[in-house]
Design a protein around this ligand. Structure first.
Ligand SMILES: C[S@@+](CC[C@H](N)C(=O)[O-])C[C@H]1O[C@@H](n2cnc3c(N)ncnc32)[C@H](O)[C@@H]1O
Length: 308
């Protein structure tokens, strides 16, 4: 089993406060189950699933109709498969399929994906919109935008306009978007199962500066949302400073409201206080997923609405 204390004592100290269970350490030490999302912009779900079933053993992801765990040996990569190259499937971690499901977009909407690269969620949103409407797919990093653009092209997404802006500057587009996804930059603790490098590079001071950035991004995302619209905030980390604290900041400074996330996903109770800070009891409506809950990455999702 992975020895957090030996690899990164600062991480071990912090995460003892977040989840000190044996199961947490056990699942953090296991490699992730590979999973894919079927891209219905390139064919029907039934046809692509039947094609995949001829080659692979697949098992549905309970919370995403197009998601499947896929039984491949560790050495073979989905990324080089013909199905992936043709855009029929997207290699995507199962918990990361949740935010677009919760965003609940419709064809014809104007949607902002504020931190979009490399585009797993943009392509998922586009398939739910059936390539009708418009998605502003934004990111601040040019190298990651190039990967986003190639993913959009591979998946047949026709409705995305790619922008390269600091997400915080979207605050000037007040009340503009029908739906906004902020899949925020984070300390990536949820991704340790994918690669132990995320454990080695984790620093508490980064969590603190990311928390400040996330609070500014969520305020801009909410400003850009139309009344009556939905904002989804998500991270692949479990630190309350990057999750409940950020949502609490939005609730304390705006008229934002939270909604329950009703999906068949096992979950942990959100923190209503941490590190001497109290949060609004509303944050109980957020979805906090620890790796042992569903054998996935650690993940956090909040569904926020702006009154019409
Ligand atoms: C968790 S990743 C997004 C993953 C993406 N949503 C997906 O599903 O493929 C967070 C992204 O935030 C971007 N980012 C970091 N700071 C940002 C900022 N100030 N404004 C907009 N994007 C930013 C990073 O470049 C990174 O691509």
């Amino acid at each position: 089993m992975i020895d957090f204390e030996e690899i990164n004592p600062e991480f071990a100290r912090r995460y003892r406060l977040i989840d000190d269970s044996y199961e947490f350490s056990e699942f953090m030490s296991k490699p992730l189950r590979p999973s894919i999302r079927v891209n219905t912009l390139k064919g029907s779900l039934e046809d692509i699933v039947s094609l995949l079933s001829e080659k692979y053993k697949i098992e549905p992801v309970p919370w995403c109709r197009e998601g499947f765990f896929i039984d491949i040996d560790e050495d073979s990569s989905i990324g080089t498969s013909i199905e992936h190259q043709l855009g029929l499937i997207f290699s995507q971690e199962a918990s990361s399929m949740i935010p677009p499901v919760v965003l609940d977009v419709k064809p014809g909407m104007l949607v902002l994906d504020m931190a979009a690269a490399p585009g797993a969620k943009t392509t998922q949103i586009a398939q739910y919109m059936q390539n009708e409407g418009c998605i502003i797919a934004n990111d601040v990093k040019v190298g990651r935008l190039n990967i986003l653009i190639s993913n959009l092209q591979r998946c047949g997404v026709l409705i995305a306009r790619v922008t390269m802006m600091d997400g915080r500057s979207f605050r000037k587009y007040e009340n503009t978007f029908d739906a906004v996804l902020l899949d925020a930059p984070c300390s990536n603790a949820g991704m340790i199962r994918k690669n132990y490098k995320y454990l080695k590079i984790w620093r508490l001071k980064d969590v603190e500066s990311l928390s400040r950035l996330q609070k500014q991004l969520i305020m801009a995302a909410y400003a850009a949302l139309k009344p009556g619209g939905v904002l989804v905030y998500s991270t692949c980390t479990l630190d309350p400073a990057e999750n409940e604290d950020v949502v609490d900041h939005l609730l304390a400074n705006t008229d934002a409201r939270l909604e329950e996330i009703d999906l068949p996903v096992k979950r942990h109770k959100p923190f209503t206080s941490f590190d001497g800070k109290e949060f609004s009891s509303e944050v109980k409506k957020c979805l906090r997923i620890h790796p042992q809950d569903n054998d996935t990455e650690g993940f956090f999702v909040a569904k926020i609405v702006k009154e019409a």
